[in-house]
Structures are given as structure tokens and as C-alpha cells.
Design a binder for this molecule. Structure first.
Ligand SMILES: [Zn+2]
Length: 187
């Protein structure tokens, strides 16, 4: 390679020499877990007090407000008439703004589900969690993600009718967990 840096590079490599290049390993003594646990080295324990707050946005705000009141809220597109849940501010089919909030029933059918013997933090559990995509009645093409409860995994079926099981009104916080789970129901 030519250019203004060619000589500089060559002289640097000559100084290092091939032998020293192959020995460019970090020097010093590596730390072991034991060194930290037994405090053989100086350690600092720090519990950061990190709290975050952020705006939910218009559509999700409407959805969470509804949950607190025990209602599942969707949005309807005035162009194609499609209702989706959770609500959103636009219809991606028509590229139109949608601010037509609709109250939906808290019933639907199981679109798909999974039986999981580990929790989100990878802890093993004996009673499996059953996350599912639920098609809320009156909506189309918008799956609602939640847990199924009150049913044995081998009794689960795609298309099974389910109904929301709500947290007591006084304890609702305007969160998706205001619905405990969806449980099998008769139509
Ligand atoms: Zn539309």
C-alpha cells in the first residue's frame, strides 16, 4: 500500500517485530468470581433507583382507560369498517386516521396458544402458563395477546370460546393486567 502513511506503518511494524505482534495478549491477572464474592478485591455495591415515565399515546391511552373501567376498547376505520384491538390511530389497509373508539365485548375465541413451563424470566414452573392470541368478538385480523386460565392444557382447542376474567374494579390500574386471564366460556 502506498500513500502518506505507508512509511509510518512500516516503521511501527518494524519496531514491534513479528514476535511481539503474536504476543499482544492482555497482561495482568484475570479476576475470578471468587475474588469478588470473597471481597479479595475492592467492590462497590450500587442499587440504581431508575424509574421511567412515558406517554402511552392517544390510542393506547384510550385502551388503558377502558381497561380500568372494565371495558375492552378497539378502533374502527370509517373507510373499510374494520375494528382492531388494541386500538390504533391509523388503518394500515386504507392509510387513514382512525379515532373512532368502540366498546367491544370481553369475549372471543382462541386463535392460537402455547403451553409454557417457563416464565418470562426463565424460571421453571409446574403449572404451565398459556399465552394465547385471542380474536375478540367484533374485531378482524387483530389478535389480542393474553393468558388463558382455568383450563387444563389438554382441554385447549383452537377456536375455543373464552371470556375475560377481570381484576376487582377497586384494584384495576389501567393496565393489561387488569384482565387476569381469559377463561373458557359458553357462547
Ligand atoms: Zn381501513
Amino acid at each position: 500500500m502506498g500513500g502518506p502513511n505507508a512509511n509510518w506503518n512500516r516503521s511501527r511494524d518494524e519496531k514491534l517485530g513479528e514476535k511481539s505482534l503474536s504476543k499482544l495478549e492482555p497482561s495482568g491477572v484475570p479476576l475470578k468470581e471468587d475474588d469478588i464474592e470473597k471481597q479479595k478485591v475492592l467492590t462497590v455495591t450500587y442499587h440504581p433507583n431508575t424509574k421511567y415515565a412515558w406517554a402511552t399515546g392517544v390510542a393506547v391511552g384510550e385502551f388503558l382507560k377502558g381497561l380500568k373501567a372494565g371495558v375492552i376498547t378497539g378502533s374502527k376505520c370509517d373507510e373499510c369498517g374494520r375494528i382492531v384491538v388494541p386500538p390504533r390511530l391509523f388503518c394500515e389497509w386504507c392509510f387513514r386516521r382512525t379515532e373512532n373508539w368502540v366498546k367491544l365485548p370481553d369475549t372471543g375465541s382462541v386463535n392460537t396458544f402455547s403451553v409454557s413451563y417457563i416464565t418470562a424470566d426463565t424460571t421453571r414452573v409446574k403449572e404451565p402458563l398459556i399465552p394465547a392470541v385471542i380474536e375478540i368478538d367484533g374485531t378482524s385480523g387483530a389478535g389480542f395477546l393474553h393468558f388463558i386460565g382455568g383450563v387444563k392444557p389438554d382441554q385447549l382447542k383452537i377456536g375455543m370460546r373464552v371470556k375475560a376474567s377481570w381484576v376487582d374494579a377497586s384494584k384495576r390500574q389501567g393496565s393489561i393486567t387488569d384482565i387476569k386471564h381469559f377463561a373458557p366460556s359458553e357462547r
